[in-house]
Design a protein around this ligand. Sequence first.
Ligand code: FES
Length: 350
Amino acid sequence: MADKKLSVAEILAAARKADKTGGGAEAPAAPAVEAAAPVEKPAASAKPTAAPAKKPAAGGARLSVAEMMAMARGQKAGGEAAAPAAPAKPAAKPAAPAAKAAPAKKEAPAAKAEPVDTQSILSAARKATKPGPMTKAEAQAKAAPVAADTKKAKAKEAIVVPPMPVKPDYAKPTAAKATKQQVVERRAFLFGMSALAVGFSALSATAAAWTLGTVRFMFPNILREPPSRFSVGTTDKFPAGQVEERFKAQFGVWIVNTEYNGQQQIVALKSVCTHLGCTPNWLEAEQKFKCPCHGSGFYKDGINFEGPAPRPLERYAIGIGSDGSIEVDKSRTFQEEMGQWNDPACFIPV
Ligand code: FES
């Protein structure tokens, strides 16, 4: 009977019954107290509201309905864990749990920090300095020590970096290779520059040609030829049987001292082949003029004797000048086949 947990309805029913029975119900009140006892013990350890119930229980006083209700509510709120433990101990020892619970309550505040009152907090806040408004000079003066300290700190914090190792060849940067786009742009630029260069060169050449043409226009259009009359020297410089070739290259003339029709004469032979106009050569060893083109041959006096040449060489006019030297006039020619070699203008008798 004592191990059974009474419900709230049972407690209320017992309380009402006790109220109805009045003062002669002392004996029945005992069960009520016993019933309340299990509730009383956990109430004393958990909530102070159960404390008043201890006194009637210890003194054997009868509980009122309100007290029982309070006890019931405390039991209900106390949880299932506290309720079963209470019946194990008698109701006569309610102080023991209270004594055990007391140290537990004291340990909790001891673990907390010391209490700080509002006055101490306010006084600490008033002691703190506030920056407030200040001038630029004050701000600089205030910031100067800070900057100096910062510089000192940075100087102290300067780290000595060890020298870098020498890079190997493969790690050294090489000449950057031109990208494809750069190559295309460079080619286009060079092509454009080349076209411009060609254009300007052609323009410059045209301008130069026009300038030269203009300068040439300022001079007469004449043929620069050696003079047709020239002196070759005195007669003593041309001994008999000699063929002088000094004037062949410049004047196209051989000065020959030869015999023609039984008369020794100094004549001026024209160095032009009568075949097709080539220039024959004098062959001293063979004592003849030989044309290299078709092989025509001429004697020393100019008469043709071999090859395709149809007639003898021609003579220029020759005479003695005012200074006594021999003068040759290329403006006049004399042909043997036409009987012109008999003209004294084409020979100097010696
Ligand atoms: Fe002299 Fe023909 S040109 S032999």
